[in-house]
Design a protein around this ligand. Structure first.
Ligand code: UDX
Length: 437
């Protein structure tokens, strides 16, 4: 099929390259010329395992190109809308200006029978509003909503082999045509037996926000248990293992630590609360306020634990922060709890050095006053306290014996419960985890 992908960020760039891999002819469109220049020569503008190879293979096949001109979307039968929906400044609600701009931009190029497929995470009700506002100029074109569930760091696999497809389609014959078109787009993945659920627009939009809210709730639940474990002298990792073995609960997303961040969970739960308020159903989601509060409390709690490890005073203490990205295998620092903690420690008088395998340049742009160091050994040199805040494999595998000679004091705060307390203690380290005695 001939496909356009509008918006080439974390979602769109991977989607465009993946659709070409599935055999379609794809043009990726973005307003940022630098991003388009990079993508056109096979250079991924962000760190995502597997993307450079996929991009290059798709470009080499001749089935993928990129452009800054919306006119290049003309002629595609399917247009995917993959632009961002960030949090509005000073509000909880989502900022839909990029979604509206994408629809306004593509509308003049729609032909009879074209499909416009929204993938961006939007407040419930958006698809039907967009259908009313932008699809009238092409009455035979059809809008569907097909939310994306990809995780950064696993984006290629999640796009090519997702857990499920969700199609939000209009009633009647238009819905049947949209379903058939999406089935054709995803034919290869569907042939692997991937479940697909067809529903109305509103339910499809809600599936995405409900899924992210559930994940955020799971993380905040275990972080609340970590607070209790700390008060009671219990161990939250054993508690998570034990409750996780109940297959109604499951062990995934029960890792206590410094909490969730990134470009999705924090802003999605807030946008969900804002939308519920507009619909007069705010009571249904007041628990998400608590989910958010528990999550943000992890950051201040980590600063306090670090102060305790420093003997009560942060001023003048050399602190090494391992990890700046909001999670491993990503260079994304949007709402990164690690960076937020590093910045708070510095504001309170500590001398903070931050290192990360991939995210330093992005982190520096956000927090230019923090000190960054690419080399892990140099970052550890002379530390009074080490904080493991993003559990990259190289940090999980770190040898407590060999780095002991680099630091001034053997003290480590494991903000992700990713290390073996026993092993570190055996090498003479004062070890502190989250919610562990
Ligand atoms: C999330 C959803 O998982 C994905 O389905 C959706 O499409 C986009 O939002 P992502 O933001 O890439 O994906 O990250 P995710 O893997 O969900 O992790 C989010 C945050 O939760 C990270 O900061 C991570 O460190 C944290 N986390 C995750 C925990 O603190 N504990 C856990 O047990 C799991």
């Amino acid at each position: 099929m001939r496909i356009s992908v509008i918006g080439c960020g974390y979602l769109g760039a991977v989607h465009a390259a993946s659709m070409a891999k599935l055999g379609h002819d794809v043009v990726g469109i973005d307003v940022d010329p630098k991003k388009i220049d990079d993508l056109s020569v096979g250079h991924a503008p962000f760190f995502e395992p597997g993307l450079p190879g996929l991009l290059q293979a798709s470009l080499d096949s001749g089935r993928l190109k990129f452009s800054t001109s919306m006119a290049d979307a003309a002629g595609a039968e399917v247009h995917f809308i993959c632009v961002g929906t960030p949090q509005r400044k000073g509000e909880y609600a989502a900022d839909l200006r990029y979604v509206d701009a994408a629809f306004a931009g593509v509308a003049p190029y729609l032909n009879s029978g074209d499909m416009v497929i929204g993938k961006s995470t939007v407040p419930v009700g958006t698809a039907s509003r967009l259908a009313d506002e932008y699809m009238e100029s092409a009455p035979e074109a059809i809008l569907a909503w097909n939310p994306e569930f990809l995780r950064e760091g696993h984006a290629v696999k999640d796009t090519l082999h997702p857990d499920r497809f969700v199609y939000g389609v209009p009633d009647g014959a238009a819905g049947e045509r949209a379903t058939a078109a999406l089935d054709e787009v995803y034919a290869v993945s569907l042939s692997e037996g991937t479940p697909r659920l067809v529903m109305d627009y509103a339910t499809a939009e809600l599936v995405k926000t409900a899924a992210n809210s559930f994940l955020a709730t799971k993380i905040s639940f275990i972080n609340a248990m970590a607070e209790l474990c700390e008060a009671a002298g219990a161990d939250v990792t054993l508690l998570a293992d034990a409750i996780g073995l109940d297959d109604r609960i499951g062990r995934k997303f029960l890792n206590a630590g410094i909490g969730f961040g990134g470009g999705c969970l924090p802003k999605d739960i807030r946008a969900f609360m804002a939308r519920a308020g507009e619909l007069g159903a705010d009571q249904a989601l007041t628990f998400l306020r608590e989910v958010d509060a528990i999550n943000m409390r992890r950051r201040s709690r980590t600063v306090e634990l670090t102060r305790q490890l420093c003997g009560g005073f942060l001023i003048g203490k050399r602190i090494t922060v391992l990890g700046a990205a909001f999670k491993p295998n990503s260079d994304d620092v949007r709402d990164s709890p690690a960076l937020s903690i590093a910045a708070q420690l510095q504001l309170q008088g500590a001398e903070v050095t931050v290192t990360d395998p991939e995210a330093i340049e992005n982190a520096r742009r956000r927090f230019p006053d923090l000190h960054f160091e690419h080399n892990t050994e140099a970052a550890l040199a002379g530390a009074h306290v080490v904080l493991l805040l993003t559990e990259w494999k190289e940090y999980r595998d770190m040898d407590p014996a060999s780095i002991a000679s680099l630091v001034d004091d053997r003290r480590i705060l494991d903000g992700r419960n990713a290390l073996s307390a026993q092993r570190w203690k055996a090498e003479g380290w004062q070890y502190k985890g989250v919610g562990r005695p």
